[in-house]
Ligand binder design. Structure first.
Ligand SMILES: O=C(O)c1cc(=O)[nH]c(=O)n1[C@@H]1O[C@H](COP(=O)(O)O)[C@@H](O)[C@H]1O
Length: 243
């Protein structure tokens, strides 16, 4: 099997632009997209997005906006002007916020309309963590509820764990499923709670796999990425349940 378009998004979780670009320069834009998150963007500002785009990368700007509708809409418009490929908001911000975000990316004034996706329940959370913040549903129920809300507001996709991808593919096939919490077999869970191996996540219905430390913390990041791509074109492996 040949992967026509790579589903990998590498999370450039670095403290500064220099380290992020050192890693990016070891990667091939034909093999992955890259993600700029809160740490890197706060440290280096929009210039990091430009630097990565100059190198040919599609950029997922992961700032997980969650605020009043007007503030989120303005932030989404500013992100659109950067020409990013994808950006995200928290679905728990509610329908008014999601619709405002959707309208903002539509007329955002960038070179292309970014894909707008909604974070359901963070992959670092399990049922107990949800209960702690007053949500008495299970993770599966809460992901389903927020996914339905995102679909009603015409978002392009969801951030969820691969454990929920199969179910979401069946009930809301129109939404992209972007899944962090990807862990090759034997790799540490770290602060993630809902994890799956790359091949199992793809087989379960993930459209895009967000991978950070398994690549960025590797001695040879390009080799680690190559190994994951090889795993994706080989037979799907076994799924890893939260430990
Ligand atoms: O929106 C995200 O990208 C995200 C959502 C989520 O639920 N869980 C999650 O881990 N992420 C991001 O995905 C990346 C995962 O990194 P690793 O755990 O190092 O693979 C980090 O940059 C997180 O900020």
């Amino acid at each position: 099997m040949q992967l026509v378009i790579s589903p990998l998004i590498i999370a450039l979780d670095y403290a500064d632009e220099r380290d992020a670009l050192i890693l990016a320069d070891q990667l091939d834009p034909a093999q992955c997209r890259v993600k700029v998150g809160k740490e890197l963007f706060t440290a280096s500002g929009p210039s990091i997005v430009e630097r990565l785009q100059e190198r040919g990368f599609d950029v997922f700007l992961d700032l997980k906006f969650h605020d009043i509708p007007q503030t989120v809409a303005k932030a989404c418009r500013a992100a659109s002007r950067l020409g990013v490929w994808m950006l995200n908001v928290h679905a728990s911000g509610g329908s008014a916020m999601l619709r405002a975000a959707r309208e903002a990316v539509e007329d955002g004034g960038g070179t292309r309309r970014p894909l707008l996706i909604a974070v359901t329940v963070l992959t670092s959370m399990d049922d107990d963590a949800l209960h702690e913040v007053g949500v008495n549903s299970s993770v599966v129920e809460q992901v389903g509820r927020l996914a339905t809300l995102a679909a009603a507001c015409a978002l392009d996709g969801l951030v969820c764990s691969a454990l929920e991808a199969d179910r979401l593919r069946n009930v809301l096939p129109e939404l992209l499923r972007v899944t962090p919490g990807i862990r090759p077999a034997q790799y540490a869970e770290d602060d993630q709670r809902r994890i799956m191996t790359p091949a199992a996540a793809l087989a379960a219905g993930s459209d895009f796999l967000v991978v950070g430390r398994p690549v960025t913390a590797a001695v040879d990041p390009a080799r680690a990425l190559g190994q994951i791509l090889n795993e994706l074109v080989a037979k799907p492996g076994d799924s890893r349940e939260p430990g």
